[in-house]
Design a protein around this ligand. Structure first.
Ligand SMILES: [Zn+2]
Ligand SMILES: [Zn+2]
Length: 283
C-alpha cells in the first residue's frame, strides 16, 4: 500500500524522507514554497539533491506537490488570474527540479461570475500554463473540492469538463480528496452509496486519470459543502467509509496522502486506525 502524508518543508526538503519513514509513511506531499507567498527565492539545490538521495535511501516511493492556496485559475480579475498562472508556472519549475511528477491544486473559485465562466477560465489558464512552462515532466493535477463558497470542482462533471476542453489532456490528472467529495455530497459509507460514487467517478472521469487520493475524514456532514478535515475514523465518513475505500482494489496503486489535523505529529494515530481496518478489527 502506498501511504503518505502532507509534510512540512520548514526545515527544507532533505529531512522529509527520514521523517516520513520514521512515522511509517512511504509517500509524501509537500508545498514547493511558502504557500502564503506568490514568489519565493530559488530552491537550494544542495537540499534538493539530498532530498532525492534520501528519498531513495529511506524508501520514499513518490512525492507529490500541493500548489499555493493563493492560486485561483478561475479568478475573474485579470491581474489575479495572470498572477495565478505565473505562480503555477513557477511551481511547475520547482516540481521539476525536485523530480515531483504531479502538482495538485484546487481548480478555482468563480467569485460570483458563474460556473460556466469559471470552468472556461480554468481551461484557458491551464492551456496558458502548459504553453508558458518549459517543464514537460510535471502534470497539472485537479483536486476534487468540497464546493465551499464559489469553488468549482465539487462535481465530477466539473473536472471532466476541464479535462475534455484543455488542449493537451495528457498533461492533466486528478486527485480525489475523500473529505471533499463527501462534503460535496458523494456518499462513501453504505456499500451501495460507495459503489454509486465510485461508478460515477469511473464514468465521469475514470480511474486511469487518478494519481493521488487525499485520505481525510470529514468534520462536517454529507453535502455540507464545508471543507473541514478530521482524523481517519473520527469524522462523518467514519471507519465504515474508510473500510470501503481502503479495501477497494481500484486504489491499490494510487498513493493515499493524509492531510489530517495534527499533521506529522498525529499521523501515527491515523495509521493505527488504517491498520485496524486492514486487520478487520472493526468489521
Ligand atoms: Zn486535499
Ligand atoms: Zn480540504
Amino acid at each position: 500500500m502506498k501511504i503518505g502524508g502532507h509534510m512540512s518543508i520548514s526545515g527544507g526538503f532533505s529531512g522529509i524522507p527520514e521523517r516520513a519513514k520514521s512515522i511509517g509513511l512511504n509517500c509524501a506531499q509537500v508545498f514547493t514554497k511558502n504557500q502564503r507567498q506568490w514568489i519565493s527565492k530559488p530552491l537550494n539545490m544542495d537540499d534538493v539533491i539530498l532530498f532525492q538521495e534520501n528519498s531513495k535511501k529511506y524508501g520514499l516511493l513518490i512525492t507529490v506537490a500541493h500548489a499555493s492556496y493563493l492560486v485561483n485559475l478561475a479568478a475573474p480579475d485579470n491581474e489575479n488570474w495572470e498572477k495565478s498562472i505565473k505562480s503555477m508556472v513557477h511551481e511547475m519549475e520547482r516540481c521539476s527540479q525536485l523530480k515531483i511528477p504531479y502538482l495538485i491544486f484546487h481548480p478555482g473559485a468563480h467569485m460570483g461570475k458563474g460556473e460556466d465562466f469559471g470552468l472556461n477560465r480554468i481551461v484557458d489558464a491551464i492551456d496558458k500554463i502548459i504553453e508558458l512552462s518549459e517543464v514537460k515532466d510535471v502534470n497539472i493535477t485537479l483536486e476534487t473540492t468540497a464546493g465551499q463558497g464559489t469553488n468549482l470542482g465539487y462535481k465530477f462533471e466539473h473536472l471532466n469538463y476541464i479535462i475534455e476542453k484543455v488542449s493537451d489532456e495528457k498533461r492533466v490528472n486528478v486527485c480525489m480528496d475523500t473529505c471533499h467529495i463527501f462534503a460535496a455530497g458523494y456518499e462513501l459509507r453504505s456499500e451501495k452509496g460507495y459503489e454509486n460514487t465510485m461508478n460515477e467517478f469511473q464514468n465521469k472521469i475514470g480511474f486511469e486519470k487518478l494519481v493521488a487520493v487525499h485520505l481525510n475524514d470529514s468534520e462536517k456532514a454529507l453535502g455540507s459543502r464545508v471543507d473541514r478535515h478530521a482524523q481517519i475514523g473520527y469524522g462523518y465518513i467514519g471507519r465504515q467509509g474508510f473500510k470501503n475505500i481502503l479495501l477497494d482494489k481500484r486504489f491499490q496503486d494510487v498513493p493515499f496522502i493524509l492531510e489530517t489535523p495534527g499533521g506529522e505529529e498525529l499521523y501515527p494515530q491515523d495509521l493505527n486506525v488504517i491498520k485496524e481496518i486492514f486487520e478487520g478489527e472493526i468489521l
